[in-house]
Design a protein around this ligand. Structure first.
Ligand code: ATP
Length: 320
């Protein structure tokens, strides 16, 4: 394979730039050319792509966001759009493609691979950690670290005023950001889409913690359940402690990637290109039990995400 394409698609995630760098540098190492496609699949519709060089990816390993920008491209969901994408790929002599994005982006990659014979590799780039086939997605670790930084600060002020803080984190339908940031910040309670919650039980837990000498409480709520505002309102109506909502919001999607995300990016990007070099497509790369793996892309997106109940129970035991 002499020329490959590269795009970032769907929601952005810290570490995407580091993955872009790894793809470009690995491809150049093997004597391949890389075309960077702008704004995800949209760049294939509008023919916005350019040849990337060794120095095109200098000084981006530490940057959040994505140099190639990203978009959601509705045209790619239609047959005409898909044909247009393939036309552009063929016109530029691109023989294989690396797609960095979430499950939606992977579905686009599958179409190109299976229906049009363009070998495509998916790199899981999303802060949500909502893909079952990989233990971690690119950006998740950095997003959780951002939440931790904010929750630590909230704890200071909540303790001074003896308040309860309801902190809303991202993750869409997946509770992993709430679970990990809840455990790592010492939050007393997490509320996730995977587990039913009971407001009365939450109030009982808060009262117990206050009776044991605690001066503040942190409740991490996943956006897939409800908003911090709504949850705080409901809670305030059944407790005399003062409740404050905070929605962390889009800061979770930005920032310099953590060591863990940069390491994932380097390994995912490298693996993706090595697969293409060997003529292998229709695969998703991931990490399982600390080993970089690849598997059929459609199998990867069809696996139902499971929730780590053991970690959830750990939180119940150590946060009070
Ligand atoms: P995130 O998890 O951050 O939201 P994502 O990749 O899942 O990322 P989506 O908006 O679901 O984000 O998908 C990104 C893009 O992938 C879509 O805008 C569309 O261009 C393409 N895409 C999604 N689903 C399909 C599909 N079934 N067939 C072809 N292309 C698709």
């Amino acid at each position: 394979m002499k020329r490959i394409g590269l795009l970032t698609s769907g929601g952005d995630a810290p570490g995407m730039n580091a993955a872009i760098r790894a793809v470009v540098r690995t491809a150049i190492y093997y004597g391949m050319e890389v075309y960077g496609i702008e704004r995800g699949y949209a760049g294939l519709m509008t023919e916005e792509l350019y040849k990337m060089e060794m120095r095109s990816v200098s000084n981006i390993v530490q940057c959040g966001g994505t140099k190639l920008r990203t978009a959601r491209c509705m045209e790619m969901l239609t047959k005409e759009g898909q044909k247009k994408a393939v036309e552009t790929i063929k016109k530029y002599g691109i023989e294989g493609l690396v797609v960095i994005g979430g499950d939606g982006s992977f579905r686009g990659a599958r179409v190109l691979s299976e229906e049009y014979g363009i070998p495509t590799i998916g790199i899981p780039g999303t802060i949500d950690n909502d893909l079952e086939y990989t233990d971690y997605t690119l950006g998740f670790d950095t997003a959780v670290n951002t939440c931790l930084d904010i929750i630590n600060k909230l704890r200071d002020t909540m303790t001074s005023h003896e308040r309860i803080c309801v902190v809303e984190v991202m993750g869409r339908h997946c509770g992993d950001i709430a679970l990990y940031s809840g455990i790592a910040s010492g939050a007393e309670i997490i509320v996730v889409p995977e587990i039913r919650f009971d407001l009365e039980e939450i109030v009982t837990k808060i009262n117990r913690s206050r009776a044991s000498g605690k001066h503040s409480n942190i409740i991490v709520v996943a956006e897939g359940v409800t908003s911090a505002d709504q949850f705080a309102k409901n809670l305030q109506s059944v407790t005399t402690f003062s409740v404050r909502p905070t929605c962390i919001g889009h800061v979770q999607r930005g920032g310099s990637p953590s060591m863990a995300d940069r390491m994932l990016a380097a390994q995912f990007g490298n693996k993706a290109v090595r697969l293409l070099k060997d003529g292998i497509g229709n695969r998703a790369v991931g990490i399982r039990d600390n080993k970089i793996i690849d598997m059929d892309i459609i199998e990867a997106v069809s696996m139902k995400k499971t929730f780590n109940l053991e970690l959830y129970e750990t939180l119940q035991m150590i946060s009070m």
